[in-house]
Design a protein around this ligand. Structure first.
Ligand code: ZN
Length: 62
């Protein structure tokens, strides 16, 4: 699994570039915006899109 370019802090939805990644998951991360340092409270861009996509089912589609 490729290392993601950045993670998204689930507390404040800020992209976080300062993190440690190992064995396909976050092992350490620190959000500069809100100080969140719980690895479980960060998502990859892909995970975040799934999470946010679930809340916006009625998005317009062309
Ligand atoms: Zn944050």
């Amino acid at each position: 699994m490729a290392i993601p370019e950045y993670l998204i802090c689930l507390e404040c939805e800020t992209p976080v570039y300062d993190f440690e990644w190992a064995s396909g998951r976050v092992v350490e991360a620190l959000c500069p915006q809100c100080g969140n340092d719980d690895p479980a409270a960060f998502a990859t861009e892909e995970e975040f899109e799934e999470l946010s996509g679930a809340g916006e089912e009625e998005e317009e589609e062309e």
